[in-house]
Design a protein around this ligand. Structure first.
Ligand code: MF3
Ligand code: CO
Length: 251
């Protein structure tokens, strides 16, 4: 499928989807506490999304059974919420969520510290988020897609961590996943030229150890192969003539 350039009307709908998603993440971030189950987080997230008249993008997407992906510690992404998985003090919890507003998606992820966490874990969360903003420095019409990817990888590796290779970011719009694929690593290839009106979900997934990942038997949950911690940070971004607009942040 070709990359789509969004109209002003489509962008307006994606802004609203993004605004509601940003609020959802803020509320979930405030709510997350030791003793909650990962299913409690999913239920609350779905409730918030529906309270704004939106639909959770992930629910039933290719059979995914929940609204929020909740991935704890060595889980990288796509953790399935359950009532038996209880969040503990010292955990790091990645929440990935998507909303559909009038047919348009927004997709974003945050990693939260639960109570006191190790120094390495907080550095991992910080570096993952910062790597997104390092990549964004290259988000602008006329630059190449992999300029973003390369900047993310460079920042992560300079800080002693690794970027997951088996999963990538993506275009987004009236579909959750659209072209192009957006790797968080780059060789020498440049990728496509960025154009104003492209909407991209840029999502570094960063492991404290090796970048290899495995899939659990639930066919969804992705974990680090070496058992090391992993963090995720994602926003839906609009490319503009002179830079970008982050659609899934309120501030
Ligand atoms: N943000 C995730 C991604 O881009 C979406 C999760 S897919 C789902 O891959 F199936 F879990 F919904
Ligand atoms: Co995504």
């Amino acid at each position: 499928m070709a990359v789509t350039i969004k109209s002003e009307r489509e962008i307006e709908l994606m802004r609203e989807a993004g605004r509601i998603l940003a609020i959802t993440h803020e509320e979930l971030g405030k709510a997350i506490k030791p003793g909650m189950s990962t299913l409690d987080i999913d239920r609350l997230g779905e409730e918030i999304i529906r309270s704004y008249g939106c639909i959770p993008s992930f629910l039933n997407y290719q059979g995914y059974p929940a609204s929020i992906c909740v991935s704890v510690n060595d889980e990288v992404v796509h953790g399935i919420p359950t009532k038996d998985h209880i969040i503990d003090e010292g955990d790091i919890v990645s929440l990935d969520a998507g909303v559909i507003y009038k047919g348009y998606h927004s997709d974003a992820a945050r990693t939260h510290a639960v109570g006191e966490i190790s120094k390495e874990a907080s550095k991992l969360i910080e570096v993952t988020k910062e790597s997104f903003f390092e990549g964004l420095k290259y988000a602008k019409e006329g630059n190449h897609l992999f300029d973003i990817s390369r900047a993310i990888q460079k920042y992560v590796e300079a800080n002693g961590f690794s970027v997951v290779r088996d999963l990538v970011g993506h275009g987004i719009g009236s579909n959750l996943h659209e072209a192009p694929e957006i790797p968080n690593f780059a060789g020498r290839r440049k990728g496509m030229k960025l154009k104003a009106g492209m909407t991209l979900a840029i999502e570094p997934m960063v492991n404290a150890g090796h970048y290899d990942v495995c899939w659990l038997d639930d066919d969804w949950t992705v974990v680090t192969a070496d058992g090391s911690l992993s963090a995720h940070y994602e926003n839906t971004v609009l490319i503009t003539e002179d830079g970008y607009e982050i659609l899934s942040l309120t501030k």
